[in-house]
Structures are given as C-alpha cells and as structure tokens.
Write a protein that binds this ligand. Structure first.
Ligand code: PAD
Ligand code: ZN
Length: 363
C-alpha cells in the first residue's frame, strides 16, 4: 500500500513528508492505522545531532496509538479493529528481564536497528529503495511486530491515548517503578516537557509532598503547576541547586533529570539530600559522560537511570487508562496542540518554543 510518512535523512535538515510504500505484515506482524502520535524529544535528538540515528533514511516516530487494520500470519492476540498503544521497547516475554518484571530491558529480540527481526524492511521509497524504521508512527500506517503492541479498551477515544506508550510511562514510570518515590517525600523535576510533566504527575500519584519544577523556560510553569508542581525554579535566572537545597533544608529526597544533558544530571544529583536519589530520565547524548563529586555520593546518595520508566506495558498502560478515567491522570491537558503529519517540523518547533506540553500529530 501507499502511505504518507515522515522520513529523516540527515541531522539539521527538515524531516521530509513523502508518499512511501508499505508492504503487508509478515508472520507475527500487524498493520496499524496510526490515529495520533506525539512529537517526542527522543526523535528530535537525532535531528539536532544530540544522538546519532542508527540508520538513515529513517521513518521516525514511536509515541502513538492506533487501530489494527490487518494482521499477518500467526498473529493470535490481535484482530482488525482492535485499539492499540505502541510500547517503545521490545518485549520477547522469555528473556531474563521479561521474566523478572523488567520488560523495558528485554534483550531477547535480536533485530538490527532500523530492520525487522528477519533482517528486511516493510517501508520503501516510491522508487523501491528500502527505508529504515522502528515503530515508524510518523506515518498514516505502520507495520510492527505484535509484541510491541498493547491492546486497550475500546470505549476511550484512541487519539487520547497517544502519549501513554512514551511520555506517560517514561515519566510516571520513572517515579513509581524506577525510583519508587515514597509518600511524603520531596521531589525536584529538571525539565518540564512532555515527559517531565509526567514525572510531576507521577509524583502526585506517588503521594509526594513538595514537587519542585525546574526549567529554563518560564512558559513551562503554567503546565508544571497544572500537572501538580508546588514550586517552580527558573534555572535561567537562579541557580537551581542552591534554590532547591535552600527550599528543602538540605535537598530533596528525589530529583529527576528529564532533559538529557550532563550538566543537568549533575545538578539533579547535587539537589538531593543525604540518602536521596537522583534519577536520569533524559536520553544521554551519544558518548555522553557525567562527573559527580565523590563526598556527597558517600552519604548514601544514589544516581540511577530510568529507561522507558521501567515500564511493564501490559500492566501499566491499562492502569494509566483507568487513572485517566478516574480523573487521576492528565492526558487531555498533555495534548496542547494538534497538527497534520505535513507539519512535523513545526511540531518540533512547538516543543522547542516552550509553548506546548506536547504537540500531537494526527496523520
Ligand atoms: P521537551 O523538549 O518537551 O522538554 C525538555 C524540557 O527541558 C523543556 O521544557 C526545556 O525548556 C527544558 N530544559 C532544557 N534545558 C534545560 C536546563 N538546562 N535546565 C532546566 N530545564 C531545561 O522534551 P521531552 O519531555 O519530550 O523529553 C525530555 C527528555 O526525556 C529527552 O531527553 C527525551 O529524549 C527523554 C526521554 N527519555 C525516555 C526514556 O526512556 N528515558 C523516553 C522518552 C523521552
Ligand atoms: Zn518518546
């Protein structure tokens, strides 16, 4: 079939929206109509060169929800018409990690980046040249392995669930699954983008007391407060470490870095009290390194990473939808702006301008 898709060719160049070919799902694969897909900074990292794309040209996009259009041979868990949310990490269900409740670290699926497990691609250019792709949700349709999909209830408009598989599970999951924030503790969040806002609402769900939002864009604080921040620190004008240490009499119990920069990982570490935990959520630059002072580490402080919120998609996604329906998880407020796929570059400009929580593409 033909579909419109957003293709990344090279850093610092606009992403191109093109009509491309998409072949039928093979064994164990599913064709999904993408209903809505979020402009997440993880995709943009390749555009501005923060990370190196594994293979180009690449059909981008990973945060999405949609409807099953067709299933390939040997697919038993899905049928046409099912509402699905994409999980950003593979889940083989058999490896050491999948077997111990940490499917976010699954190492049981050996696919080269940009390829399906069988070493071929489903997307190709109009002239037949193969295109690399992961979940490839910046497209009207995509073909993915069935283990990357989570079937969800069909009484919630599927567009509303676009961010569950990335921003929500990464942010809320970092709080409840990775760091295991305890009720009554104090929390600081560096970076109030789509993911950071979900760290903030995760801290609310976990029963945190003070939740201090840090950003360099003051425009982000209206969203941060909406999602549950009790305090804000404008890091472009104030030293956030000093401000947080002063506000909390020696540092917060948990600090989350949701940007992906060595300097802010260090600031997050320096913001926690003795015995506290700093958690890196932001995607590090390729070959990035961080240096931390040893004396504070000696006092039981921890510096940990969180990948995809240590999420267990088949358990956590239905839970998030339940929280949303009960009014305890903000999804509508996350979707500040909608754009068509042709405005993918503008969607990333929205993100950089600080004017949105998330821009959602409706392909
Ligand atoms: P975003 O661009 O919407 O938000 C980033 C925020 O950080 C913005 O509000 C910026 O103004 C703010 N910021 C930038 N520099 C600073 C600074 N020095 N001090 C304070 N604030 C600053 O991005 P996002 O929310 O989509 O993603 C945030 C990060 O999380 C990014 O690195 C992304 O790749 C990562 C991510 N990680 C995972 C994971 O599995 N760990 C999953 C998804 C996204
Ligand atoms: Zn993402």
């Amino acid at each position: 079939m033909r579909t419109m898709a957003a293709v990344f060719y090279a850093p610092r160049q606009p992403i191109r929206v093109e009509e491309v070919n998409l072949s039928d799902p093979k064994s164990g694969e599913v064709l999904v109509r993408v209903a809505a897909t979020g402009a997440c900074h993880s995709d943009y990292h390749a555009v501005d060169g923060h990370t190196k794309a594994a293979a180009v040209p690449l059909v981008m996009g990973h945060e999405a929800a949609g409807v099953v259009e067709k299933v390939g041979p040997n697919v038993t868990a899905f049928k046409a018409g099912d509402n699905v949310v994409f999980a950003i990490r593979p889940m083989c269900g058999k490896c050491k990690y999948c077997s111990t409740n940490r499917p976010n670290l699954c190492n049981g699926i050996k696919a080269k980046p940009g390829f399906m497990v069988d070493g071929t691609q489903r997307f190709s250019k109009a002239d037949g040249t193969p295109l690399f792709h992961g979940l490839a949700t910046f497209s009207q349709y995509t073909v993915v392995p069935e283990w990357t999909l989570v079937k969800v209830r069909d009484d919630v408009p599927i567009e509303k669930l676009a961010s569950i598989g990335c921003a929500v599970v990464t942010g809320v999951g970092a709080v409840v699954n990775t760091a295991e924030v305890k009720p009554g503790s104090t929390v600081a969040v560096y970076g109030c983008g789509g993911v950071g806002l979900n760290v903030i609402q995760g801290a609310v769900i976990a029963g945190a007391s003070r939740i201090i939002a840090v950003d360099i864009a003051a425009s982000k604080f209206k969203f941060a407060k909406m999602f549950g921040a009790t305090d804000t620190v404008l890091a472009s004008e104030t030293d956030p470490v000093k401000a947080i240490v002063d506000m909390t009499d020696g540092g917060v119990d948990y600090a989350f870095e949701v940007i992906g920069k060595p300097a802010t990982v260090r600031q997050a570490f320096e913001s926690v009290c003795a015995g506290g935990t700093a958690c890196m959520v932001g995607v590090p630059p390729t070959d990035g390194e961080v240096t931390i002072p040893m004396r504070p580490l000696f006092l039981d402080r921890k510096l940990i990473g969180s990948s995809a919120g240590t999420g267990r998609p088949r358990h956590d996604f239905p839970w998030f939808i339940e929280l949303y329906l009960q009014g305890r998880l903000k999804l509508d407020e996350l979707q500040t702006r909608f754009r068509p796929l042709t405005e993918i570059n503008e969607a990333f400009q929205d993100m950089l301008s600080g004017t949105v929580a998330r821009t959602i593409i409706k392909p």
